[in-house]
Design a protein. Structure first.
Length: 267
């Protein structure tokens, strides 16, 4: 019983500190350093095997579920603000955080399985203000990338990050919806970010616009990883066939989906 309450307390403390530091950072930019440290601590919390075991035992209990969801909302908001701050720092050649380094390594590992090449066209939905994934794909592979984000400020900063990285000719950004872009119909790979909440809605929209050979990569976090990512049920993705599911020590997992042929639907 004591272990459960210590685990609950850890969730509460992380949520409180991340939420408060996010608020402080609005008026004190020096607080971003502490917020960065706290987000890095959250990454380490997720990676600990003992916490995964505790989550498996108590995830369905009311208070655990409640504060896990609160922690996710606070951490997602914090990360969005942090990425905007770090994108501005990138323009001044300041260092990026442990979280961004972890994400870059996750991307490199992920790319090995996705068969993205120099001739690929990659649509990234939920690119964010510091589009590490999009920039990594363009830089390491040379593929053409289009990043989408609903936040105009994030798009503005992402464009500057691409320019500062010397990748503006390979990576473009927009706050249009995927159905409004001609690029969507040409895309060979579509990546949906783990911080995109409405993944099922995105898949429904893509169902009508992408070609049949396109691969859709949905990043998500189930289990303990859901305190820093939005979850996803591959079995509930009607009209899509999962062809690969990752399960690793990365901060998120991902599933590769293909459209079902209409004559064979549902899959």
């Amino acid at each position: 019983m004591k272990e459960k309450y210590m685990f609950l307390l850890a969730l509460k403390l992380l949520e409180y500190e991340i939420r408060e530091l996010t608020e402080y950072s609005k008026t004190c930019r020096e607080c971003f350093e502490q917020l960065q440290t706290k987000l890095d601590e959250l990454c380490r919390f997720i990676a600990r095997e003992e916490n995964e075991a505790r989550w498996s035992e108590w995830e369905h209990q009311g208070e655990i579920r409640e504060y896990a969801e609160k922690l996710r909302e606070s951490s997602v908001k914090a990360l969005c603000d942090m990425e905007k701050y770090q994108s501005e720092c990138l323009m001044h050649r300041q260092d990026i955080s442990e979280y961004i380094d972890l994400l870059s390594r996750s991307v490199a590992s992920e790319l090995e399985r996705l068969h993205i090449g120099p001739s690929s066209k990659v649509l990234f939905i939920g690119a964010g203000a510091l589009p590490v994934s999009a920039l990594t794909i363009a830089k390491s592979i040379g593929a053409e990338v289009m990043g989408l984000d609903i936040d105009p400020h994030a798009v503005h900063l992402a464009k500057h990050a691409a320019k500062a990285s010397g990748l503006a000719s390979k990576v473009r950004f927009s706050n249009q919806s995927s159905r409004e872009l001609r690029f969507t119909k040409e895309a060979t790979h579509i990546i949906v970010a783990s911080l995109v909440k409405n993944k099922q809605e995105v898949l429904t929209e893509l169902q009508e616009t992408i070609h049949n050979r396109a691969k859709v990569i949905v990043r998500y976090g189930n289990g303990l990883k859901s305190i820093f990512n939005y979850p996803f049920d591959t079995g509930a993705a009607e009209g899509w066939k999962p062809i690969y599911r990752s399960r690793s020590n990365a901060i998120y997992d991902y599933a590769v989906l293909e459209k079902c042929e209409r004559k064979r639907m549902p899959c």
